[in-house]
Design a protein around this ligand. Structure first.
Ligand code: SAM
Length: 226
């Protein structure tokens, strides 16, 4: 019988944000496929998880991915973890999940932290309909993507790095002049912060800072019709 492929969510900063089920699964599987074995090593050590690790990321060679599939076909169980949060959400997992499905391997999600969802619910933006946009393209296709996204009347979720946050906020402000925005910084960590307001207000706030650090989620509220 084939083994199972577990997609295990790990914390996005605060180590307490891992479930009992996630820890048990990571202890019980035969192999953990990590986006980065060194980074995940810290988490695994903290929870005294001694399961063998291998690396799996978007640039893994086909032979490497096939080796993981072969193990699953031999009946071994494998867990996938990324550097933070839910595998498959702006993180590797997609290719492995689809190859595993082709091999008739059962896929089991172990839910947990996801930066986009934590940011969304705390932002105050409408949650009835939303579109997860992840990272905007850095260069090629960026303006095309922004034009497409500007047509979406739902709440929007973007991921962004600290060195591009101001540039991205400024660009987004041109496409969404009247929408409310929340910049969510360092979720679940010591310096967790939500900067809410119009684009103008949020941009002003960040412009005043000597430096901008940390990880960001940008939430743009959906068009609120009166
Ligand atoms: N798989 C992850 C998830 O479930 O949210 C996302 C991984 S993606 C490679 C990394 C991006 O997620 C960061 O650049 C940032 O935009 C966002 N992110 C991750 N952790 C965060 C945190 N603690 N606070 C704010 N944003 C975070």
């Amino acid at each position: 019988m084939n083994g199972k492929l577990y997609l295990v969510a790990t914390p996005i900063g605060n180590l307490e944000d891992i479930t009992f089920r996630a820890v048990r699964t990571l202890k019980e599987v035969d192999l953990i496929a990590c986006e980065d074995t060194r980074k995940s090593g810290i988490l695994l050590k903290h929870f005294e998880i001694e399961t063998p690790k291998t690396s799996y990321h978007d640039f893994s060679k086909p032979e490497k991915v096939q080796r993981i599939i072969s193990l699953l076909e031999e009946g071994k169980s494998v867990a996938v973890i990324s550097d933070a949060g839910t595998p498959g959400i702006s993180d590797p997992a997609f290719r492995l999940v689809n190859l595993a499905l082709e091999a008739e391997v059962e896929i089991i999600p172990i839910p947990g932290a996801c930066a986009g969802i934590s940011a969304l619910v705390a932002s105050g933006a409408a949650t009835d309909k939303f579109s997860f946009e992840g990272f905007l393209p850095v260069k090629k296709g960026r303006q095309t993507r922004l034009k497409e996204v500007a047509k979406i009347e739902q709440t929007l979720i973007f991921y962004e790095s600290p060195h591009r946050i101001l540039k991205t906020l400024k660009e987004l402000s041109e496409y969404f002049p009247n929408r409310k925005v929340t910049a969510c910084r360092e979720l679940t960590k010591i310096y967790e912060e939500f900067v809410r307001g119009s684009f103008e207000e949020v941009i002003e706030d960040f412009k005043k800072r000597p430096s901008i650090k940390g990880e960001f989620v940008i939430i743009i509220d959906k068009i609120l019709k009166k």
